[in-house]
Design a protein around this ligand. Structure first.
Ligand code: ADP
Ligand code: ASP
Ligand code: MG
Length: 404
C-alpha cells in the first residue's frame, strides 16, 4: 500500500519526538508499505517566526513573510530524514518547490493548483521514504508560498490525492475528531466516523484539527483520511462519504471561532445597490465576508452588520469607512470581542426545531445572540467572546448529553 502520514507540530516538537515519529514511519515501511511523510514545523516555531516579522512591521511584506515562515518546515524535514537514515532506512527530504507543489500567488494563503508527483513517486518506487515539507508551495514565478495556518494538513491530503495513496493518516495531539474541542469541552466524545460534509463545516467553523482545504481535497478526490494520535496506536476518526444512519444524529459537533471582527454601518440609506457598494471593494481586496445582517429599515434608513476574519479587519475598516463617507452613513462601529459558535450535523436536514432549541439553551444561560446564519447542516450564531466556552459546553450538553 501507499500511505501518506502527516505529523503536526506537537508530534515533531523535540528531537525525542522526531525520533518517536521515525519509529512509526520505519515500522510502516518495514511492514512493506510505500511511505510519504509530511511534517509541520516544530510546535511554536511558526508563531515565533511570525513574531519576528511583527517586530519589523504590523503588516510585514507578504512575499518575504512566506520565505520566513516556510523555514520552520525545512528544519523538520531535514531532522526527520536524518534520524531515518541514522536508523538505516533510505529516506530523502523534499521541500515544496522540489516536489513541485504549484500554487497561486496569494502569499500566506496560497491554494494548491497542481502537484507533480514524478520525483516523489520515483523515490518511493525505489523503496525510499519521502519526507515532504508541509505548508509550502511555489508559484508560477518561482516564489515560495505558504498555504495558511494548518496548511500541512492540506499538503498531506493533496499529496495523497496526487499519488492515489491508499490512506492519508493525520497524526496529531488528540486521538481523533471530537464532538467539540476537547480542550474546552470536557464531555466531548471521539467520533469514529464523520462525513466529509460535516467535517467541511466543522473545519470552516473553527475546529482547527484539520485545515478546511484539506477536507475539500479529501472530499473531491475521495481520499480516505484517518485522524489519529501520534502518541498511541488507537484507531482515530475516519472521514467517509455519507453513510446510512448518519442523518439520525441531529448534531455531530459544536465549534467556536474567535477569529472574527464585527462591523456595523450605521444609518445607511436603504436603496438598491447599497450592498453592492459596501461589499464590492471588500471582495476586490480578497477579504472573505462571513455573516451579514441588515436590520429592518426605518424611514428609509437601515444598519448593516457583517463579520470578517480578524487578520483582515484593519484593511476592511479602511474600506468600509471610505464607503460610509460615500453613501452618507452615520458612521462605522467595529467589535473584535465576538465569537462565532456553531452546531453541525447531517440530521438537521430532517429534524425540526433545532434552531429554537439552540436559542432556548443559550437564553437559559443569559447569552445574547447577536447574529444568526444557517445552512442545510449547520447553524451559526455570533455572541460576546466572553461566553464562547460556556456556549460550546451548554450546546454540547443539550444536543449530545452524556450517555452514562
Ligand atoms: P497539529 O499541530 O497536529 O496540526 P492542531 O493544533 O492544528 O494540531 O490541531 C489539533 C487541535 O485541534 C487539538 O489539540 C484540539 O485542541 C483542536 N480541536 C478543535 N476542535 C477539535 C475537535 N472537534 N476535535 C479534535 N480536536 C479539536
Ligand atoms: N506550521 C504551519 C502552522 O503552524 C503549518 C501547519 O502546522 O500545518 O500553521
Ligand atoms: Mg494543524
Amino acid at each position: 500500500m501507499l500511505i501518506v502520514q502527516k505529523y503536526g507540530g506537537t508530534s515533531v516538537g523535540s528531537i525525542e519526538r522526531i525520533k518517536g515519529v521515525a519509529q512509526r514511519v520505519a515500522a510502516t515501511h518495514a511492514a512493506g508499505h510505500q511511505v510519504a511523510v509530511v511534517v509541520s514545523a516544530m510546535s511554536g516555531e511558526t508563531n515565533r517566526l511570525l513574531g519576528l516579522a511583527k517586530q519589523i512591521s504590523s503588516q510585514p511584506d507578504e512575499r518575504e513573510c512566506d520565505v520566513l515562515v516556510s523555514t520552520g518546515e525545512q528544519v523538520t524535514v531535514a531532522l526527520l530524514a536524518m534520524v531515518l537514515k541514522e536508523m538505516g532506512y533510505p529516506a530523502f527530504s523534499l521541500l515544496g518547490h522540489q516536489v513541485q507543489i504549484s500554487t497561486d500567488s496569494a502569499f500566506g494563503k496560497a491554494r494548491i493548483k497542481h502537484i507533480n508527483s514524478n520525483r516523489l513517486m520515483s523515490g518511493l518506487k525505489k523503496g525510499s521514504i519521502a519526507v515532504v515539507a508541509g505548508f509550502q508551495g511555489v508559484d508560477a514565478n518561482d516564489n515560495i508560498t505558504t498555504l495558511g495556518r494548518g496548511g500541512s494538513d492540506t499538503t498531506a491530503v493533496a499529496i495523497a490525492a496526487a499519488t492515489r495513496a491508499d490512506a492519508c493518516e493525520i497524526y496529531t495531539d488528540v486521538d481523533g475528531v471530537y464532538s467539540a474541542d476537547p480542550r474546552i469541552c470536557p464531555h466531548a466524545r471521539k467520533l469514529r466516523r464523520i462525513s466529509y460534509d460535516e467535517m467541511l463545516e466543522l473545519a470552516s467553523l473553527g475546529a482547527k484539527v484539520l485545515q478546511i482545504r484539506s477536507v475539500e481535497f479529501a472530499k473531491r478526490y475521495r481520499v480516505p483520511v484517518h485522524v489519529r494520535s501520534s502518541f498511541s496506536a488507537d484507531e482515530g476518526t475516519w472521514l467517509v462519504q455519507e453513510e446510512a444512519g448518519m442523518e439520525d444524529v441531529t448534531v455531530a459537533g459544536v465549534t467556536s471561532d474567535l477569529d472574527q471582527t464585527k462591523f456595523t454601518l450605521l444609518h445607511v440609506p436603504d436603496r438598491p445597490g447599497l450592498a453592492a457598494k459596501v461589499f464590492g471593494p471588500i471582495a476586490d481586496n480578497n477579504i472573505v465576508v462571513d455573516m451579514i445582517i441588515q436590520n429592518a429599515s426605518a424611514e428609509g434608513f437601515t444598519d448593516l452588520t457583517f463579520t470578517v476574519p480578524k487578520g483582515d479587519a484593519q484593511k476592511a475598516l479602511a474600506l468600509v469607512q471610505t464607503t460610509a463617507g460615500e453613501v452618507g452613513a452615520r458612521g462605522v462601529t467595529s467589535d473584535s470581542e465576538v465569537a462565532k459558535v456553531s452546531i453541525v450535523g447531517l440530521g438537521m436536514r430532517s429534524h425540526a426545531g433545532v434552531a429554537s432549541r439552540m436559542f432556548k439553551t443559550l437564553a437559559r444561560e443569559g447569552i445574547n445572540v447577536q447574529m444568526i446564519s444557517t445552512s442545510e447542516i449547520k447553524i451559526s450564531i455570533v455572541v460576546d467572546a466572553k461566553y464562547t466556552e460556556l456556549a460550546v459546553r451548554v450546546l454540547h450538553d443539550e444536543f449530545m448529553p452524556a450517555i452514562v
